[in-house]
Write a protein that binds this ligand. Structure first.
Ligand SMILES: [Zn+2]
Length: 307
């Protein structure tokens, strides 16, 4: 499936990028050419456009679901070649317009010891994501907008990051879930301003609506027909991870380093950047366990609270 396009409606397609550091891009070809989250392979986008007698400089609009580098990868480059308009929500826009703000937003403030490793990873694997560029149109929550006659509506779904949004297609009743992606990896909330509680609320919001299908930002088979069942399984990862952390503490792990001795979320922690993401995610779980009064933190020493 890698590198292929999937047709969703006569106007809407998904260019399969798949797993991080790529993502699935949604292409809308109607009176205008629009791409949502240009993080698929550029060659795959170009190849598909050629099948429609189009070039990358025919792109009129780019829409960004959130500020993650794997979703904005080619936005600045495509705007340079096509002079297209970039659309983003009111939280994403200032971050896209100022990449220093973006780095801070994602937790990599100047002097953060992992920042150079993260920048190197972005530049190696998502080259172009840190290029300076500018958003043209700012979208509010539940705002309807037209991509060459195809209507989209924003649905703010924070948690993954505070700026994350999904996009609903009114006529066909599909939703682009972006990083509410229904993957086996489960939800990602690896930044200081990510939020497990917000993420759960956002998943519930998407589950409360009926759709023809959810378009995943990362699944190789991108269309999820039964999004409610898929999101139930996806949501389970929060509890599984939390149980795992609680078990480690019950078995005597006291510091966050001891809790993280074996990977919990990622399979391998040989990469500094993934290790940082894992730490931020474990920290979110520890805070949530403290809030639930299952764990207490005495100056960095974690202990379970038994009834
Ligand atoms: Zn993301």
């Amino acid at each position: 499936m890698q590198g292929k396009a999937v047709q969703i409606t006569p106007e809407i397609y998904t260019i399969i990028g798949g797993k991080f550091p790529l993502c699935n891009s949604v292409l809308v070809i109607s009176d205008q050419v629009s791409i949502i989250d240009p993080g698929c392979r550029l060659e795959d986008l170009r190849t598909f456009l050629h099948t429609k007698n189009l070039e990358q400089n025919d792109i009129d609009n780019i829409v960004l679901s959130h500020i993650h580098p794997d979703h904005i990868t080619h936005a600045a480059r495509l705007k340079r070649v096509s002079d297209c308009k970039i659309w983003a929500n009111e939280i994403t826009a200032p971050l896209f317009d100022d990449k220093e703000k973006m780095k801070n937003f994602l937790g990599f403030h100047p002097g953060h010891k992992i920042r150079p490793f993260w920048e190197a990873m972005v530049n190696n694997k998502m080259y172009g994501a840190l290029d300076e560029s500018e958003v043209d149109y700012i979208l509010a929550d539940r705002e309807r907008f037209s991509l060459g006659g195809i209507e989209g509506t924003t649905l703010f779904t924070p948690g993954h990051t505070p700026d994350h949004m999904c996009i609903e297609f009114a006529e066909s009743n599909y939703i682009f879930g972006a990083d509410i992606d229904c993957t086996d990896f489960g939800p990602y909330y690896g930044h200081p301003n990510s939020s497990i509680e917000d993420f759960k609320r956002s998943i519930s919001l998407v589950m409360s609506k009926s759709y023809e299908g959810l378009i995943s930002g990362h699944l190789l088979e991108p269309i999820v027909r039964d999004h409610v069942s898929a999101l139930k399984s996806y949501r389970m990862h929060f509890d599984l991870r939390e149980d795992f952390i609680l078990m480690r503490i019950s078995k005597g792990a006291r510091s966050i380093d001891e809790i993280m001795e074996e990977p919990i979320i990622y399979k391998s922690l040989s990469d500094f950047v993934l290790l940082q993401f894992e730490r931020w995610m474990v920290e979110h779980h520890l805070n949530s366990l403290i809030q639930k009064e299952l764990v207490r933190n005495d100056n960095g020493i974690y202990r379970t609270i038994r009834a």
